[in-house]
Ligand binder design. Structure first.
Ligand SMILES: *Cc1c(COP(=O)(O)O)cnc(C)c1O
Length: 411
């Protein structure tokens, strides 16, 4: 496999290291092939919000396993997961299941273009929306990690239809919209960004996106593949009280199995085949095993609503680190929302990708390895977010603080 991995960030290239191979995981703990244990702050990039090998999710998968793994035909499980998602994210009046976040955003873009009859798209530098051709322009984490501004293989004619704008910058956006004129199909955004480190959108900025789209007859797409059911039950759109036209989901909603979903206004969604002319399909979409895992996870999230607790937990650890680092004169900033958090070796919290680039790479790498050597598994790049789970209990938090203190002493 190129780089030894099936997804680039796993290769540890940004921290000049080698990938770790894991063989099992339970609760907050990952175990590698050499039996080393790590306290996990990646959580499979989101889905493990209830910890690894959650018994309720495993039971649901086992029960479905006995009934068959795929039928290539509708099941009531799809309806059930769709209803549960819709109950929490009401802007998704109709939705469709796919197999990854990339598929979800790709389908949103096609739908937005087909529905509006327009071609151009605005995205924000540092926001990652999957490895879709049209969206692989200034695309944050994986791409930034490797210093590729764009990927070879994306035709420049196609990339030319995608305009990139700095995040949280209304003036720059307004200029680009004026330049595009009336050919703007959609604005796509991570309302809470997790692929240039963790950077929440500013409320005024996100509200301006809604206004611009309304004014220009363009669709607003919220990519909540990472933030959906991670920052809170209704995702970022519930926190900011903004209704996008389309939403992309992934990661958490599959309970650790490969799932994505996209949905939104009924009038837009009904343009999809077979009701409408816009084509989109998937052999394994709505896979019953994946649906059963997703249903078990989201139902448990609704019952337990762990988001305040999760936010307190990551913020406790990060504030502890911040105090120790500041005592040593090392600049550090951090923030948390629900089950996501971020930290930067910079005095002030970054507001956009350019700010993140300026935060210290050198200290990040040192801190990353000092923590990893003590069994703390943070994301191996300053361009990634942090994730915590409901199984990070008091004893795990105390242990983490203890290890972080030792790691910081070494810096
Ligand atoms: C992970 C991610 C994607 C892509 O999802 P995949 O399942 O990796 O294809 C898209 N958008 C955002 C915001 C993501 O974090």
């Amino acid at each position: 496999m190129p780089g030894g991995v099936n997804s680039p960030v796993r290769a540890f290239k940004n921290v000049n290291g080698k990938p770790i191979f894991f063989k099992s995981a339970k609760g907050p703990i990952l175990v590698d092939e050499d039996e080393n244990q790590y306290i996990d702050f990646i959580g499979s990039w989101g889905p493990m919000i209830l910890g690894h090998s959650n018994p309720i999710i495993l039971e649901a998968i086992k029960a479905q396993l006995e009934l068959g793994t795929s039928y290539g035909a509708p099941t009531s499980l799809e309806n059930k997961l769709a209803s549960i998602i819709k109950s929490q994210v009401p802007s998704m009046e109709k939705l469709r299941m796919v197999n990854s976040g990339t598929e979800a955003t790709m389908s949103c873009i096609r739908l937005a273009r087909g529905f509006t009859g327009k071609n151009k798209i605005i995205k924000f530098s540092g926001c990652y929306h999957g490895h879709v051709d049209s969206l692989l322009v200034k695309a944050g984490s994986g791409v930034s990690t490797f210093g590729l501004p764009d990927s070879p293989g994306v035709p420049k004619e196609l990339a030319a239809l995608t305009y990139s704008c700095p995040y949280n910058n209304i003036e720059a956006l307004s200029d680009i919209i004026n330049e595009i004129g009336d050919d703007l199909a959609a604005i796509i955004v991570e309302p809470i960004a997790g692929n240039m480190g963790f950077i929440p959108g500013e409320p005024q900025f996100l509200n301006s996106l809604r206004e611009f789209c309304d004014k220009h007859g363009s669709l607003l797409i919220f990519d909540e593949v990472m933030s959906g059911f991670r920052v809170g039950l209704g995702g970022a759109q519930a926190i900011y009280k903004i209704q996008p036209d389309l939403t992309a989901l992934g990661k958490v909603i599959g309970g650790g199995l490969p799932v994505g979903a996209f949905g939104g206004k009924q009038s837009v969604m009904d343009q999809l085949a077979p009701l409408g002319p816009i084509y989109q399909a998937g052999t394994l979409s709505g896979n019953p095993l994946a649906m059963s895992a997703g249903i078990a996870l989201i139902e448990t999230l609704i019952q337990t609503n762990p988001f305040d607790e999760l936010e307190k937990a990551s913020s406790e650890i990060m504030t502890y680190a911040k105090n120790l680092l500041n005592e040593k004169g090392i600049p550090f900033s951090t923030s948390s929302i629900g089950g996501m958090f971020g930290f930067f070796f910079a005095e002030d919290l970054p507001k956009n990708f350019e700010d993140v680039v300026k935060s210290s790479d050198k200290i990040f790498k040192k801190f990353f390895y000092a923590a990893l050597d003590r069994g703390i598994y943070f994301a191996p790049s300053k361009y990634e977010a942090g994730f915590i789970s409901s199984t990070h209990d008091r004893s795990i938090l105390d242990l983490t603080k203890n290890k972080i203190e030792k790691a910081i002493k070494e810096l």
